[in-house]
Design a binder for this molecule. Sequence first.
Ligand code: PMP
Length: 424
Amino acid sequence: MSALSPVLKQATQVLAVRGEGVHLYDESGRAHLDFTAGIGVTSTGHCHPRVVAAAQDQVGKLVHGQYTTVMHQPLLTLTERLGEVLPAGIDSLFYVNSGSEAVEAAMRLAKQATGRPNIVAFQGGFHGRTMAAASMTTSATKFRSGYGPLMPGVALAPFPNAFHYGWDEETATRFALRELDQLLATVTAPADTAAFIVEPVLGEGGYVPANTAFLQGLRERADRHGILLILDEVQTGFGRTGKFWGHDHFGGRPDIVVTAKGLASGFPLSAIAAPEALMAKAWPGSQGGTYGGNAVACAAAIATLDVIQDEKLVENAATRGAQLFSGLREVAARHAAGEGRAGIGDVRGLGLMAGTEFTDAEGEPDGATAAKVQAAAGERGLLLLTCGTQGQVVRMIPPLVVNEGEVAEGLRLWTQSVDAALGG
Ligand code: PMP
């Protein structure tokens, strides 16, 4: 008998056989409340009937039509539909299969378009596991370790991670932008810098939202120096944060948007988007791959956009997010860390992207307690993920279709799980 690679160690023992809405069902028929959504992917819920129908219909017509050879209608329609929701002026799209590939595509485009070799990424950022994406990723060393040297030409600037620094947001932002200026003055001259790449909310890095002053500060520096601003909206796009794009909270107009996850409800599809004049600067033949823009994935993505619009999922993410944060903050207040006490140090995020950070008696990241809470929740039928450098943040990213009762149920199980792990 062959065994699954141990590299794929799971956070739970659940063997999922069926999914419906915010629930996954195991072999025994037990329901698990899924507040992971396949790492923020199944935004329309598991097996949304409209997404399923669109995919089934497309499977019977055309599964694969490679876009360097032939065009197909789902790709054309999806492109038109995405044009309606992308930031103004971003009117050209290009498809691949995963977040990492899209990040690589954006990196390649930025370098080819500017003729400059370097990229500035931000500390704590996660952009994927392929070579270039991992080179720009610093949310944890496990994503970079053991196969270097990584891609040269990546310079790192601080992200305004106020909790990490123990500062207020304004101080953290001023520091981050000042360090960025210093980097441009001492490490990577603007004339050598193709792009800044940043997440509107640090995802794997611990659910830390950026802010208006920071993103606008990046935009302003990008304009001043002819540097491109790449926004990695892989985890924050498609309504996840309670606005359509994560950066809609802050401004900071992007030159290139990277999207994946919530785009196609679980079908492998990702895209980069940029103004056509910029996209035209990619060297012919340098982008793409065999499976990019798969017809079934595109059909699922069109249905996903329909559901997001018709079921008002962006608005739902904002409303249910407010409910979720209010419950998480109540629990955090009862278990507040500080003055030599271990417990909950911070609750952060936006919309339905919510993180609770655990700290030990010294105020240091406490991954062990976060893991205990995650396990306690799993036993109670609530699926959760962790993130952050030490896995110290337990995150909730339920499908955007989650309703009031399901959020309340998630919070009830969360309260029990935190009480069980911390004593309550
Ligand atoms: N960028 C961000 C912001 C992500 O959150 C992720 C995935 N967690 C990626 C890129 C990489 O996506 P994928 O795993 O599909 O390659």
